[in-house]
Design a protein around this ligand. Structure first.
Ligand SMILES: N[C@@H](CCC(=O)N[C@@H](CS)C(=O)NCC(=O)O)C(=O)O
Length: 262
């Protein structure tokens, strides 16, 4: 009844998998290889014209955009609700979800592409690489990804991406002084939508971005990771050998990332 097109390292897909786990929903996995660019194949573009994961298919109908999928699952399966009771806190939750979609997600992609996607694309000839990049549907994304492939972490987008991450962390530290979770005293979609972006920092050994001076954020992430939903939906896809490899790669470029921290 529920099918998810997903990739283990996609924070957007991780958001949806956390919701599915929180609600104890059964679902069928379709792995989309982003490294092989299966997301740009015509069959996948029919489901998701933006050529991105995740896509949820429920009773044969596709639902796209991770935050919309999360809200769709909440509306359709209200058990174990992830909405705060208070309407003001719901507004706060939606603010954070929007912040993730508009700012944090592009920042994360800017840091992930040079680490994960670029090495695979650089194995191809320039001609093959250009042909793949030309198939990316939206122009701003296509242009950004071309820059990230060409220049890696030296691309001009990287400084702003690191600053966006850091600003987000500082704003979360303030929010967490008011409520136990980011938007309210209960775990909500705001936490679901933010947590996977901290998995990215963890997997690349970049947690110094918050560990030294943002104790509330550090504690919040520990609490997210301790949830069964996070273990099932995210952590299980990162066995020790995968983590070791990613953390070595991330550690090797940490100084470059840190150079953009104010
Ligand atoms: N706004 C979309 C963004 C989805 C997105 O950018 N997904 C990434 C993985 S996290 C992706 O599929 N990228 C395609 C690529 O790397 O070519 C959503 O929230 O679902």
């Amino acid at each position: 009844m529920l099918e998810l097109y997903t990739h283990p390292m996609s924070p957007c897909a991780q958001k949806v998998r956390i919701v599915l786990a929180e609600k104890h929903l059964e679902w069928t996995k379709h792995h989309v290889s982003l490294q092989d660019k299966e997301n740009l194949e015509p069959a996948y573009l029919k489901l998701n014209p933006l050529g991105v994961v995740p896509t949820l298919v429920h009773e044969g109908r596709p639902v796209i955009e991770s935050s919309i999928i999360c809200e769709y699952l909440e509306d359709t399966f209200p058990q174990q609700t992830l909405l705060p009771q208070d309407t003001y806190q719901r507004a706060r939750m939606r603010f954070w979800m929007k912040h993730v979609d508009v700012k944090l997600h592009p920042a994360c992609g800017t840091l992930q592409w040079p680490m994960v996607m670029r090495p695979r694309l650089m194995e191809k000839s320039e001609e093959e690489r250009d042909a793949i990049l030309e198939r990316i549907p939206e122009k701003p994304r296509r242009e950004r990804q071309k820059r990230l492939v060409k220049f890696g972490l030296d691309a001009p987008d990287v400084a702003d991406a690191v600053a966006t991450y850091r600003r987000t962390i500082l704003d979360m530290e303030s929010s967490l002084a008011e409520t136990a979770w980011v938007a309210s005293d209960s775990f909500s979609l705001a936490d679901v939508c933010l947590a996977p972006y901290f998995q990215t920092l963890l997997q690349f050994d970049w947690t110094a971005m918050f560990e030294k001076d943002c104790p509330r954020v550090a504690d919040w992430f520990e609490r997210c990771r301790a949830r069964r939903s996070y273990q099932e939906a995210v952590a299980e896809d990162f066995p020790d050998d995968v983590m070791t490899e990613l953390r070595e790669k991330g550690g090797a470029v940490w100084q470059k990332i840190a150079s953009h921290l104010a």
